[in-house]
Design a protein around this ligand. Structure first.
Ligand code: FAD
Length: 403
């Protein structure tokens, strides 16, 4: 049976980008049907950092206020050296004149998704269906239709005026439109070790990046059950075996080689994942749009991927709201130009540069980079320029300039 109702937007995927799209569509007065394959938000450790523009976008719904109640405010972040310790600390308060939220807020992504979902589900403009997987997409002049598979094996169809593919890096929606996903995959995977050990008394900021030519580490604090836990991200060698990498005792030894005191803590989770740098060749094919990981994937250093997906959602929902009220759908071509351009110039460029900085092997180049960082952190104007870029404010300003 085809359940058609042209007067709505379909969203495939209820992760951070899809749920944010639904939330912002409601704010723009647009009816939405969200189809999510899973039964609820994925609770495994993924992204956990929210940058200032994201907090501004989530303000109206009250999500930002709730994130402040449940999350951790990181007022500064550090570059460190595995042997020499602190290299430079960047104080985000410098951005006071640029944003209402001059800091990073840290809270697990599944909690954010649940906060957004509660608000979407409460709106008469929205319907969320769980356990519904989009398997195929058909477009026609006035709308778009998706074929779905329900968790109980039933098949079905839903119709709408537009479809937003927010169904993650392996997006079925993107593939259904034959859209290339250009870029590359790093040879090494990343290992995330979650520990109860508290790095703060050792001088670590709530978000720190430790350089090392052999084994760099990113450390950051997330709320956990409320008392606070730390996530440590390490590179792995291609030949290392999964079972060994994920083993808690070996993870503890890896942490202890980084910070010997960490033996006092307990390893509570390990997680291994492949890392890609890719951008879709277009974010629009007729009535089908892409947002979030379906449109771009990147390494997690700098905590940008999820934020970027929410920025896509904000821009796309605003365009769809204006189209709903009678404006031209050429706005969606501009969405494609703006968001794709900054995905290449800011998201990809910055995250690749962050990784290269952390793993720099040339000792001279490393010394020079560290000297430049110290100088930048000590110079307010230079630090502000750098933080505008790394806090994702500059990219949004650049997108707004694209006609
Ligand atoms: C293991 C892991 C660790 C990560 N760590 C970090 C990190 O430390 N920092 C960082 O910035 N980023 C990290 N990321 C990336 C970050 O989690 C993503 O950028 C973010 O989740 C993207 O949100 P999204 O909504 O676009 O996609 P997703 O979170 O992938 O959500 C897609 C949703 O769509 C649903 N779905 C998929 N296919 C279909 C379909 N056919 N029909 C219906 N529903 C479908 C899925 O069930 C899922 O809920 C990590 C990712 C992974 C996998």
């Amino acid at each position: 049976m085809v359940e058609t109702d042209a007067a709505r937007v379909l969203v495939a995927g209820g992760g951070p980008a899809g749920m944010a799209t639904a939330l912002f569509l409601i704010e723009n007065g647009v009816p939405v049907l969200l189809l999510e394959r899973g039964e609820g938000p994925h609770a495994d450790p993924r992204a956990a950092t929210y940058h200032p523009p994201t907090l501004e976008m989530l303000e109206r719904s009250g999500v930002t206020a709730e994130l402040h109640e449940r999350g951790i405010v990181a007022r500064s972040w550090q570059y460190r050296d595995r042997r020499a310790g602190l290299v430079a600390e960047f104080d985000l308060q410098i951005l006071e004149g640029d944003t209402r939220y001059p800091y990073r807020l840290q809270c697990e992504q599944h909690k954010l998704v649940a906060m957004m979902e509660r608000r979407v589900a409460a709106s008469p403009l929205a319907t969320i269906l769980h356990g519904v997987e989009v398997v195929a997409v058909t477009q026609h002049a006035a709308g778009v239709e998706v074929a779905v598979m329900h968790a109980d094996g039933r098949s079905g169809r839903f119709g709408g005026r537009w479809l937003v593919g927010a169904d993650g890096g392996r997006s079925v929606v993107r593939k259904s439109q034959d859209i290339d996903f250009r870029g590359f995959t790093w040879p090494e995977r990343f290992l995330v070790i979650t520990t109860t050990f508290d790095f703060e008394p050792l001088g670590f900021a709530y978000s720190s990046y430790t350089m090392d030519p052999e084994e760099w580490t990113a450390t950051f604090k997330v709320p956990g059950d409320g008392s606070g836990i730390w996530r440590c991200v390490f590179p792995t060698r291609p030949e290392e075996n999964d079972d060994e990498l994920l083993d808690f005792e070996r993870a503890k030894a890896r942490l202890a080689a980084f910070v010997p005191e960490s033996r006092e803590g307990r390893v509570i989770h390990t997680n291994l994942y492949a890392v890609h740098q890719r951008v879709a060749a277009t974010y629009r094919r007729g009535r089908v749009l892409l947002a979030g990981d379906a449109a771009h994937v990147n390494n997690p250093l700098g905590g940008m991927g999820l934020n970027f997906g929410i920025h896509d959602a904000h821009s796309l929902a605003e365009c769809l709201g204006r189209i709903w009220r009678g404006e031209s759908d050429a706005l969606l071509d501009r969405y494609d130009r703006q968001r794709r351009d900054v995905a290449e110039r800011y998201l990809q460029a910055q995250t690749i540069s962050n990784k290269k900085t952390l793993e720099e092997r040339d000792p001279q180049r490393r010394t020079q980079q560290q000297a430049e960082m110290r100088a930048m952190a000590a110079d307010t104007a230079a630090a502000r320029r750098y933080l505008l870029r790394t806090s994702m404010i500059e990219g949004l300003r650049a997108a707004a300039m694209i006609a």
